[in-house]
Design a protein around this ligand. Structure first.
Ligand code: M6R
Length: 596
């Protein structure tokens, strides 16, 4: 969701090429329009932007050929203002002396925009990024210097965002961070700044992490970090980033989603390896064990991992954990929180605004803050007391796959660790996942072809498999645009059963040992003409009751959800293809949701 990048160099070059490449590395976040602004040695600002995909827009507007000393690139995912050229970022101020772009949300934008219009500003669009530029301009007009104008603008602009701006004058770029990811990099003869770390890594490994409430002043020979509130310079170490950078390439697969599904055995093995030597696991486990109340909080797929985590926590560790969406946590739990509680925030990106809002509420109550997330350097990682990485590398495809797998595996690991059970039992997971992929890929494709014409279906699970039914249904909705509802199977007869008619598809995620009970739920559907599909271990008798069967390898019952996730992902992927859609970049969605 929106990505910003800025660079300032000591000499003029084809900086447009660098901006487009950086934009491409941010594209996985999701966007609908693209823009680049370059400032030349003569101070002229060249701004090119439009609605569309980065390859098409950059080609049509010749963005790669833009030359200059410094530049800003932005990929926008529409919230304030429809996707249009005027609303695409970066934005100019009234006279075209400043150019800037933001990532995130300025929540008082509508009021600010009205105020700027009434004050006679030339406001060209409806986008909140434009308010950021006019806010700085207004303070410059009132006599402030650039740093002071940005500090005052920061006070005007409510919300969570990161913002980068430059002007015609000095060869300097400025950026501020307020609740949205921002990291700076230092190279040979240039410095740069971006919404996320991986987009900087091809340019430099010397990075400067920024915190909320900081301004970074970027010059070709270095960066200076200042506090927004006091203006004081902050001493900040330059970190030599040693982590791996996975190439954002499909590696022979037709889509990132398929590649990422196939990477699951490998990333599961890497996570288990990492956990074995991790002191952080012990810290997290100790905090979870000593908490008198424990919450698991996440959105979307990460929330489904929380649901499964709570099941593991109950059944393996014999403890209660309460899985909640961030909004539920704020509305239903926050007033009763006290410092004896602990909250584990779960997020692939570590930047999801809903999650960070809940985290701020929990922080105000002084509860123990824990994190589980994939993106190193993310806000979540910085603000939690103890943090566990998912170790999945870059997940490009908008539908989360391998990160869900490692969230589920990590929850299982933590539950076993708290219960004092042998975690080595999980070492079988990578091979089992390998087999699940090999054994379900073709049958899942056949099921997907059969489902492709249906615009509504149900995914049912019971207890251990409820979270997988919900996650499978989310995956299907997200990339096929069909309606698919995931639910607890015993609830189906309490209403949704009325939807069943001849051929209506219902998928039953059936854990080993639940076949007899699930047979009842299947018959309630099939006796009314419904088409039942089972995801289960091979079971000759159960198989007789359903029209299609996706068999996963035999394993420990508690591992079944991990294995059953694989065919759920593959059915969604192949149904998306059968409908002629792009599973990697579904319409209207974004990988990282940094807005309310
Ligand atoms: O980065 P997060 O895990 O916090 O993201 C939460 C959801 O936006 C995300 O899981 C979303 O539901 C996925 N695209 C689903 O595949």
């Amino acid at each position: 969701m929106c990505g910003i990048f800025g660079i300032v160099a000591d000499r003029e070059s084809d900086i447009g090429d660098i901006l487009v490449e950086a934009g491409k590395r941010l594209a996985y976040r999701g966007y609908d329009s693209v823009g680049s602004a370059v400032v030349g040695a003569d101070g002229a600002i060249d701004l090119r932007k439009d609605v569309g995909k980065i390859d098409a827009v950059s080609e049509a507007l010749g963005m790669r050929r833009m030359r200059g000393l410094r530049g800003i690139a932005q990929l926008r995912w529409a919230t304030f203002g429809a996707p249009s050229r005027a609303n695409a970022q970066p934005h100019l101020d009234c006279d075209g002396d400043l150019v800037g772009a933001h990532n995130g949300n300025v929540v008082n934008h509508v009021m600010l925009r009205r105020r700027f219009v009434e004050a006679g500003h030339t406001v060209r669009g409806d986008n909140d990024g434009e308010s950021c530029v006019h806010a700085v301009e207004a303070h410059l007009d009132a006599g402030a210097d650039m740093v002071e104008a940005i500090r005052r603008a920061y006070a005007d602009l409510d919300g969570d965002y990161a913002f980068v701006i430059t002007g015609r004058g000095e060869n300097v770029l400025y950026a501020i961070k307020k609740g949205s990811g921002l990291v700076a990099g230092i190279g040979d003869g240039f410095t740069c700044v971006s919404s996320d770390l991986p987009s900087l890594l091809p340019l430099t490994r010397d990075i400067v992490r920024l915190q909320d409430g900081e301004i970074v002043v970027l010059r070709p020979d270095g960066v200076e970090v200042r506090r927004v509130d006091t203006g004081a310079v902050v001493a900040r170490e330059v970190e030599a980033y040693a982590g791996a950078m996975d190439a954002a390439e499909k590696g022979g697969y037709a889509h990132f989603m398929l590649k990422e599904i196939h990477e699951q055995p490998k990333v599961a093995a890497e996570l288990l390896h990492l956990l074995r030597d991790s002191a952080d696991v012990h810290r997290v486990v100790d905090i979870m064990r000593s908490a008198d109340r424990l919450y698991f909080v996440g959105c979307g797929t990460s929330y489904h991992a929380c649901l499964l985590g709570a099941y593991y926590w109950n059944q393996i560790a014999g403890r209660l954990a309460i899985p909640m969406l961030p909004g539920q946590f704020i509305e239903q739990a926050s007033a009763s929180l006290d410092p004896r509680a602990a909250v584990l925030f779960v997020s692939q990106s570590g930047e999801t605004k809903d999650v960070l809002s809940a985290l701020n509420v929990a922080r105000d109550k002084a509860v123990r803050l824990l994190g589980m997330c994939n993106v190193i350097g993310s806000t979540l990682m910085h603000v939690t007391e103890a943090y566990l990485p998912l170790a999945c590398g870059y997940e490009i495809s908008v539908p989360a796959t391998k990160t869900f797998m490692n969230q589920a595996l990590l929850f299982h690991y933590l539950a076993r660790a708290v219960a004092g059970k042998d975690v080595a039992a999980l070492d079988a997971v990578p091979d089992l996942l390998e087999r699940a992929i090999a054994e379900t890929e073709a049958p899942a494709e056949a099921v997907a072809r059969r489902l492709a014409g249906w615009d509504s279906l149900y995914y049912l699970g019971y207890g251990l498999t409820e979270a997988i039914a919900l996650e499978g249904a989310l995956k299907l909705k997200e990339i096929t645009y069909a309606h698919c509802e995931g639910m607890f199977s015993s609830e189906f007869k309490h209403g949704p059963l009325s939807a069943v008619f001849d051929g209506f598809p219902v998928v039953f995620f059936t854990a080993p040992g639940d076949e007899a009970m699930m047979t009842n739920h299947v018959h309630e559907v099939t006796c009314r003409g419904g088409h039942a599909i089972a995801v289960a271990e091979d079971h000759a008798e159960f198989r007789q009751n359903v029209g299609a069967y996706l068999a996963v390898p035999r394993s420990d019952r508690m591992l079944f959800p991990l294995l059953a996730t694989v065919p759920a992902q593959l059915v969604a992927y192949h149904m998306s293809l059968a409908r002629g859609l792009d599973p990697d970049f579904p319409r209207n969605l974004s990988k990282t949701l940094t807005v309310d």
